[in-house]
Design a protein around this ligand. Structure first.
Ligand code: ARG
Ligand code: ZN
Length: 496
């Protein structure tokens, strides 16, 4: 949009002049806002996210036409300024911005790369809550990651799947797309007759218009990082139930209680604010609905078992989205409702993605360097699961991982580049760190860490340093040698 860009450029020039003037008359003119930073200086994605504000809520209204691939969107973003702001950025890749307002007044729009700059008519004061509306449209693109995988808005034959780890969500909505800025979401999806639109959280409305188009509204009421937002559009069938997930065995929340499969270990009771029922909604593309039904049905039991190990399930909704093969190349732990290509919908992967709801989704990485806190824990959750329910000791997994050379390419807490973020050391060596921690502090203390860590950083962000400090505080001692060798060490130790 050339006119918009020109207007934005002019507005930027005028503001630069105004800033200069403000500088000269500072003594009498009061404080002038400065633009929010264009990035949060993530070690791997320095431009990802934006400075100067904190998003509280996204209300996304999206209409998609799979035939043309066109997406029409309105993003209403409620945020709080963390500095005086003359302008601020949102991350957005591709698409055309038709217009934007801040608190109802038109804002000047500028685009450069994946940065959308909005300059409100009036400066925003530090601490003020403000509402931005961005109207946009176009054919969303997918992004090829540094590691060669595809993310963003992925077109399927008759619909689309949107996934965003680490930086793909900017292909379908403007936002503060660094995991450190979590917010609640309302996502409304309008799709052609015969299709369904699935997303995160609770399905709060579904209506069919006179022309047959279907609008579905989804609400994610607990904080969510942008990379965990998802949309799946296609011929989906859904199944819904309300389940208990309080670690006392599964069963419908109303109706006859079933006996737990395994006796629950003595546990500290959940905080009173924690929901002990969760609404489970799974969606499967029509052609894979029957073949995925049995495993989808295991979700309540797996969540219940994980609740016993990791503490209360952090969200009020749960489920899964199973897509046809051919588009998505991996499963992703999208919040409350992880998404799986049918070929990856197996019990191990399901256990992994559900464990991410605690590790990664509720406790989110402070930066992308801390990804091992997601993947190491989710991998260790697989080891714990087979140890507890399939009689394969975690030590066996640990020794297998120790023997694989690919796991020694780099230390889990320091991937050399963005293309290595999802490499084996982050997963397997991450899990090995946790197993060594368990062997060092003993099962009792380790169990306390497994429950205490997601409790302490529930719905927040945490770094590697936060984790080592927390583990040491629970263990009551220094664990430097463990971290030096297993978490930060370059080489392979002599013995497992
Ligand atoms: N977090 C996902 C999982 O392990 C993997 C995502 C891979 N993403 C990528 N861009 N390579 O469950
Ligand atoms: Zn994972």
């Amino acid at each position: 949009n050339r006119t918009g860009a020109a207007a934005g450029g002019l507005a930027a020039a005028l503001t630069a002049l105004a800033l200069l003037a403000g500088g000269c008359t500072g003594a009498t003119g009061g404080v002038r806002g400065t633009p929010g930073a264009a990035g949060l200086r993530d070690p791997y994605f320095p431009k990802l996210g934006n400075g100067g504000y904190d998003v509280r809520h996204y209300a996304l209204t999206l209409a998609y036409d799979p035939g043309t691939g066109r997406l029409d969107g309105t993003a209403e973003i409620t945020a709080r300024a963390t500095q005086d702001l003359s302008a601020f950025n949102l991350d957005l890749a591709g698409l055309t911005v038709a217009g934007a307002t801040v608190d109802g007044d038109p804002a000047a729009v500028n685009r450069a790369g994946n940065e959308l700059t909005l300059r409100p008519r009036e400066e925003i004061r530090d601490g003020a809550e403000f509402r931005t509306t961005v109207r946009y449209a176009g054919v969303p693109e997918s992004i090829t990651d540094a590691d060669g995988s595809q993310e963003g808005w992925l077109r399927t034959g008759d619909g689309a799947v949107a996934v965003g780890e680490p930086a793909g969500s900017m292909t379908w909505f403007p936002g503060n797309h660094h995991p450190s800025d979590k917010a609640t979401y309302t996502i409304s999806l309008t799709v052609p007759a015969g299709l369904e639109g699935i997303s995160n959280g609770a399905r709060t409305a579904r209506r069919t218009a006179a022309d047959g188009r279907v609008t579905t509204e989804w609400r994610a009421t607990e904080p969510m990082a942008g990379y965990l937002a998802t949309v799946a559009i296609g011929r989906y069938e859904t199944d819904e139930s309300v389940e208990r997930t309080d670690g006392t065995g599964t069963g419908p929340a109303t109706g006859t209680a079933t006996a737990p499969a395994t006796p629950a270990p003595p546990s500290t009771s959940a905080p009173p604010s924690t929901p002990t029922t969760v609404s489970v909604l799974t969606a499967a593309e029509r052609s894979v609905a029957a073949s995925s039904a049995a495993l989808r049905g295991e979700i309540p039991e797996i969540l219940d078992r994980q609740t016993r190990r990791f503490g209360p399930y952090p969200f009020s909704s749960a489920g899964a989205i199973v897509t046809r093969d051919g588009t998505l190349g991996y499963a992703l732990e999208t919040q409350t409702r992880p998404v799986f290509p049918a070929a990856s919908f197996d019990r191990t992967t399901l256990v992994h993605e559900l464990a991410h709801q605690w590790f990664g989704n509720s406790v989110s990485p402070a930066t992308w360097r801390d990804l091992w806190l997601n993947e190491g824990f989710a991998t260790y959750a697989e080891w714990l699961y087979t140890e507890e329910y399939e009689h394969v000791p975690a030590r066996t997994h640990f020794e297998r991982a120790f023997a694989q050379e690919a796991n020694w390419a780099f230390p889990p807490a320091a991937p050399p580049a963005a293309e290595n973020l999802f490499d084996p050391p982050v997963y397997q060596r991450g899990a090995m760190v946790l197993h060594k921690l368990r062997e060092t502090v003993g099962d009792r203390t380790f169990d306390e860490i497994l429950r205490g860590w997601p409790a302490k950083y529930r719905h927040a962000n945490a770094s590697t340093d936060d984790f080592t400090a927390y583990a040491e505080s629970v263990a009551g001692r220094d664990l430097d040698e463990l971290w030096d060798v297993w978490l930060f060490g370059d080489g392979k130790p002599d013995r497992p």
